[in-house]
Design a protein around this ligand. Structure first.
Ligand SMILES: [Zn+2]
Length: 284
């Protein structure tokens, strides 16, 4: 009897501390999130947020979901539906949305196995709508679904820069509308940073890059080209991707939330800024 009472108390305590942590997480996100937009968006956009992992499951997925809910509520830029299934990914299912957000989903090629589903996603963007990917959204595609990698701009090929390290970054395009959150051209931050395969700088505009030389670590790029956030055009549509978002804390960091929000606004055509490629600004 005593033992079962102890187990009961222990489980109550665990549930209690988990809910306290969740409340604290939400408080930090609310505090860090930008408020209502200064300019009224051209319309109330509708987003579909997909957060299923078909490979490694990031612990920050629920944090990202919470942040996107708070973003929708506070900024009033978009309303959002959240899903971990692929049912809505048909031309009809996607027709009411303006924006797809892939939140830390890994190995998309394992979730979207049918050609019709894959085509529905790519056509949605090509026809002029928006796509935003956070962190492990780039962990998938090549070689089974190369067109996805071509759309997003690169495929995860390992992370020489681990989540616990603090890494140096360069704001490559400080005047871009999506980069106004950064107070200086260089900053340091803790998150897990990727190297890529099937990445081609000439096909996208790098907004933030890793300063690999300063980081003291080597990756797979012979020119030390490790993009972190970028924008690109895809048909008539717009794509914003950011490698940040592995660590939960990224989702309650004010300047990153502003960067994410501005990237989403850009993808929706609500902020203007070029997606033309820029040459690498630092020595290799
Ligand atoms: Zn990660």
């Amino acid at each position: 009897m005593k033992i079962s009472l102890r187990i009961l108390c222990f489980s109550c305590l665990s549930v209690f501390s988990a809910s306290l942590l969740a409340v604290d997480e939400e408080r930090k996100i609310r505090q860090a999130m930008p408020g209502e937009l200064q300019t009224v968006p051209s319309k109330k956009f509708k987003a579909l947020v997909y957060s299923n992992s078909s490979g490694f499951k990031h612990k920050s997925i629920p944090t990202g979901v919470k942040a996107l809910k708070v973003m929708s509520e506070k900024t009033k830029l978009f309303t959002a539906d959240f899903t971990v299934t692929t049912e809505k990914f048909t031309p009809e299912g996607l027709s009411s949305y303006d924006l797809l957000i892939f939140n830390n989903c890994t190995r998309v090629q394992k979730a979207f196995t049918k050609n019709e589903q894959r085509q529905a996603i790519l056509d949605f963007i090509k026809q002029g709508k928006a796509f935003v990917g956070f962190h492990a959204a780039s962990d998938g595609g090549t070689p089974q679904w190369k067109e996805y990698t071509e759309m997003i701009g690169g495929c995860f090929a390992g992370h020489p820069w681990n989540a616990g390290g603090k890494w140096p970054f360069i704001v490559e395009d400080p005047d871009h509308a999506v980069n106004q959150a950064f107070a200086s051209k260089e900053f340091s931050f803790s998150d897990e940073i990727y190297q890529y395969k099937d990445y081609n700088r000439s096909k996208l505009r790098v907004l933030v890059g890793l300063d690999a030389i300063k980081s003291g670590k080597e990756g797979n790029s012979p020119t030390n080209d490790y993009p972190v956030s970028w924008v690109k055009s895809y048909g008539k549509g717009r794509v914003f991707y950011s490698n940040f978002g592995h660590n939960k804390a990224s989702w309650w960091t004010p300047f990153l939330l502003q960067h994410f929000l501005d990237g989403i606004r850009w993808s929706l055509g609500d902020l203007q800024g070029s997606s033309e490629s820029l040459s690498q600004p630092y020595k290799i």
